[in-house]
Design a protein around this ligand. Structure first.
Ligand code: ADP
Ligand code: MG
Length: 243
């Protein structure tokens, strides 16, 4: 069955993909290639010699699916406490889409990114503790990842009557190492050292965001949601905000 996405409004857009709520399952999202930035555009942008590589090597979703399968096979299931699960490919009217666990807050709203959270509320103690917990998790599992970007981490919240607290941070993109040799084949000490570097880099990125915020500079629209996923009506793509 082909999922009809083109007539719907995506809830978010990354550098490469548009994210839609799965029309058949509100607990999942479907990520498709951005029609305004195709794989061919992506390859062209890389320039020589990277543009000699096959188109498929620029497909993030294909790579992400491979990484997620390797997590399922070779890592304990607890690795998914801080990583969104991946359910494989589905056909859509916008090409092949990757189906993933959609991270929502306890009130049903789609969770915002760490970037948006820190931008709106600052680096609260609650958030600091959640970041620490994510970093401990990364180190204890030696999760192979690219640099952990603040717009690739979402903040899942428990919303109460009077207050709210962070349940967990979930990394939704940028997984798998760029290395030819899988991280898990390398000695544990090397894995830990590499993971430590990713964690230090993550802290640095949060620090940069806090500084940008203190100067009141606009951090860019990357990682801002288009809608919260609770609308009763189905918005059409005509209502999408401009890039
Ligand atoms: N599983 C998810 N749960 C909640 N929000 C998500 C999820 N996946 C993506 N998003 C939102 O969509 C944005 C873009 O998704 P992403 O997978 O990072 O696309 P890209 O590969 O283009 O960078 C993210 O910054 C985040 O706000
Ligand atoms: Mg991303």
């Amino acid at each position: 069955m082909t999922a009809q996405l083109a007539s719907r409004q995506p809830f978010a857009r990354g550098g490469n993909r548009l994210c839609f709520i799965d029309p058949d399952d509100a607990s999942r999202c479907i990520k498709v290639r951005r029609p305004d930035f195709t794989l061919a555009d992506c390859r062209r942008k890389k320039g020589f010699p990277k543009n000699l590589k096959p188109l498929s090597s620029f497909d993030d979703s294909l790579e992400e699916f491979g990484v997620m399968q390797s997590f399922e096979r070779h890592y304990p299931d607890s690795i998914f406490q801080h990583i969104s699960r991946c359910y494989g490919f589905v056909d859509t009217d916008m090409g092949r889409g990757l189906s993933s666990e959609l991270i929502r807050d306890s009130d049903g709203r789609i969770s915002i990114t760490l970037k948006q959270y820190v931008w709106e509320r600052g680096y609260s103690d609650d958030c600091r503790a959640a970041v620490e917990q994510l970093c401990e998790h990364w180190l204890s599992h030696c999760v192979p990842s690219r640099d952990i970007l603040v717009h690739n981490v979402v903040v899942q919240r428990e919303i109460g009557e009077a207050d709210e607290r962070i349940r967990r941070l979930v990394v939704i993109d940028g997984l798998g190492s760029a290395n030819l040799i899988p991280l898990r084949w390398q000695p544990r000490a090397v894995q830990r050292a590499k993971t430590q570097r990713k964690i230090a880099n993550f802290h640095q990125r949060i620090e940069t965001l806090i500084q940008t915020r203190s100067r009141d500079e606009f951090p860019g629209t990357h990682g801002l949601l288009f809608h919260d996923g609770l609308d009763a009506t189905t918005p059409t793509s005509k209502d999408s905000p401009q890039s």
